[in-house]
Design a protein around this ligand. Structure first.
Ligand SMILES: Cc1cc2nc3c(=O)[nH]c(=O)nc-3n(C[C@H](O)[C@H](O)[C@H](O)COP(=O)(O)O)c2cc1C
Length: 429
């Protein structure tokens, strides 16, 4: 009954003159976050690939599907919980992996981990996190957590990441497939800003024993053209990335480890040659469930199941990779048919409300992932902001469920939605 409780809490606080810390409306949230962040940080988080067509498509996809509420069904007792990979969750929301959260707030992943754990929402630790997974896990108690992997060119590093994730109590490994190359991100390109080159978002690497060994034994060699020109800006960057490295600043400057870490990271973080043939390597090295993230085609989803994967995440990376890629809600029905209930389907990209989650569940998703909204809430109000955002999403979903005439997630089916409207008129099924 979280919906009514949350509403009541907000309105009661209003009587004493207090307003919510973070806007409940998605556009308002983004607007406030823009003001709270430096220009480069907001561009990195909000931006997408190319013209932003897929960011828009993600929203349009949800908007074209409409809910048809049913009446007189006694929705006084509701359960908005789901079952996912053997765990009971109070709501269908997960926190999708978002890297470089230090751009939003200095407590970064730690603040998010505490908020997620307090709200019982699983957090997927990013491979590009700003804080090592061990620190986040320690902040979470028994809170559910998964680890997201970018498959490095070094299989030793892959193995090390996965071993650490197991030791941290992660309950699943998410392999992100859609970012073996970085998309053409126009906002970041125009600002000539990539956080990793400033030592941000590489904490999983700099805290890793295999990565440190690689730096020591295979130092990256820069060609004469790759050496940064010794300008004041380059000096500032050197100071920044040395500060970001887990070593005393003076030692870091002297040892050159910080710069070597960035160079080594750039060289090995991703493997564009990744193919289906690589998956058994991972399957043989962990007993944890493996989910493939970035699936948009039914055939890829079916193959993932055939290859022994335990779930798929329908995602276009929030429109950050292929400009013009299909929206995830459009891709979902075909994927749900191909998967046919054999493994859970998580959907992210553009999910902003309880109604979006309802629509995704109606079309076959088991759960939904949230990306940018929690980075925005973090930027606005830190841990408390992320907590509020999660409470709002859970409340909104609970109310949407009941007001649509459903008492539980099991009662949400495709008949609860109209066919996607191409014109102004939508027809009930
Ligand atoms: C700033 C930012 C960083 C991200 N970093 C990662 C990452 O490290 N790993 C990953 O698999 N996905 C990453 N994503 C993609 C998210 O996991 C998710 O797919 C996407 O944000 C969902 O779309 P939404 O932002 O519209 O909710 C990132 C997204 C953003 C906005």
């Amino acid at each position: 009954m979280i919906g009514v409780l949350r509403q009541t809490a907000v309105y009661r606080a209003g009587v004493s003159g207090r307003r919510p810390r973070v806007p409940t409306d998605a556009a308002g949230l983004e607007g406030r976050a823009r003001k709270a962040m430096p220009r480069e940080a907001f561009a990195y988080i909000a931006g997408g690939a190319g013209t932003g067509a897929t960011i828009r498509a993600n929203r349009e996809g949800f908007d074209r599907r409409r809910i048809v509420p049913r009446m007189l069904r006694d929705v006084s007792g509701r359960d908005s919980g789901i079952e996912l990979l053997g765990r009971r969750l109070a709501s269908p929301f997960l926190l999708s992996p978002v890297g470089v959260l230090e751009m939003a707030h200095e407590e970064a992943d730690l603040a998010v981990a505490r908020a997620a754990s307090a709200e019982g929402v699983p957090m997927i630790f990013s491979n590009q996190a700003s804080k090592p997974m061990e620190a986040c896990a320690a902040a979470m108690g028994q809170g559910p957590r998964w680890f997201q992997l970018y498959w490095s060119t070094s299989n030793d590093l892959v193995e090390s990441f996965v071993g650490r994730a197991e030791a941290c109590g992660c309950e699943a490994i998410v392999v992100t497939l859609d970012t073996t190359l970085l998309g053409w991100r126009t906002q970041d390109l125009d600002l000539a800003y990539l956080p990793f080159l400033r030592g941000k978002g590489i904490a999983q690497y700099t805290s890793d024993p295999v990565f440190r060994r690689i730096i020591a034994t295979e130092p990256a060699q820069l060609g004469p053209d790759e050496q940064p020109k010794p300008t004041p800006a380059a000096l500032r960057t050197l100071v920044q990335l040395t500060r970001a490295y887990p070593e005393r600043f003076v030692n870091g400057l002297r040892s050159g480890h910080a710069r070597a870490a960035v160079q080594t990271f750039t060289r090995i973080y991703s493997r564009p040659s990744l193919s289906w043939e690589d998956l058994p390597f991972l399957r043989e090295r962990t007993k944890l469930p493996i989910l493939l993230k970035g699936i948009l085609h039914p055939d890829d989803a079916a193959r993932a199941v055939d290859e022994g994967m335990d779930g798929v995440i329908v995602s276009n990376h929030g429109g950050r990779q292929v400009d013009g890629a299909t929206s995830t809600i459009e891709a979902l029905p075909g994927i749900a048919r191909a998967v046919d209930g054999r493994v859970p389907i998580v959907l992210d990209s553009g999910v902003r409300s309880g109604a979006d989650a309802f629509k995704a569940l109606a079309l076959g998703a088991t759960a939904v992932g949230i990306g940018r909204p929690y980075a925005y809430a973090l930027a606005i109000a830190g841990e408390a902001g992320v907590r509020e955002l999660l409470q709002n999403l859970k409340a909104d979903f609970d109310l949407t469920l009941g007001l649509s005439g459903c008492r539980s997630v099991a009662e949400i089916g495709p008949e609860a939605l109209t066919e996607p409207a191409s014109g102004p008129f939508a027809t009930p099924r």
